[in-house]
Design a protein around this ligand. Sequence first.
Ligand code: AR6
Length: 176
Amino acid sequence: MPIEIKTGDITKERVCAIVNAANSSCMGGGGVDGAIHRAGGPTILKACKEVRRTKYPDGLPTGEAVATTAGDLPAKYVIHTVGPVWGRCGDRCDELLANAYRNSLKEAVKLGCESVAFPAISTGIYGFPAERAAKIAYRTVREFLREHSGLTVVFVFHSESSRRIFESSIAPISNP
Ligand code: AR6
């Protein structure tokens, strides 16, 4: 399975597209979103404003994804998605998180990308339990890759400890 798991700063990834754990305003924020806008420069925000004006005047709904330029980043594109806010997603938390991954992957394919890097969507400010999010992320990506050969997915964790939590959470469901 073309899946890589690493620790690092996603803004440094030399992949076709990096995914941003954004909010529905798409106007930037803290966490990985803030890091991407800071490192990528103002053209990302400019593109996001255009997306809001033309495609999503009411904001990007939870679970949806939209691509923009990556500005000054080594990646070509940023795919902005909105994960669910834990505690505010009722009985749809798992489904909405899976949608965020799947719709981001679909955007990557539409862009003709062969590589895409993900942060741990929703597991920071949005408070989604990391172990549960790991299983959903891994299952959704694995299922998508079965139908889309030629795509490599990189999971990028900001700390060794979050990478370890991911790896131990998926161990029971990953193939040897
Ligand atoms: N590279 C990789 N991972 C990172 C980086 C980085 N440079 N920086 C942080 N992370 P979060 P969310 C990890 O909070 O929970 C923003 O304000 C971080 O350690 O960025 O989906 C948005 O605008 C965590 O494991 O995203 C939204 O309002 C993971 O990325 C809200 O936060 C996701 O944490 C979205 O919250």
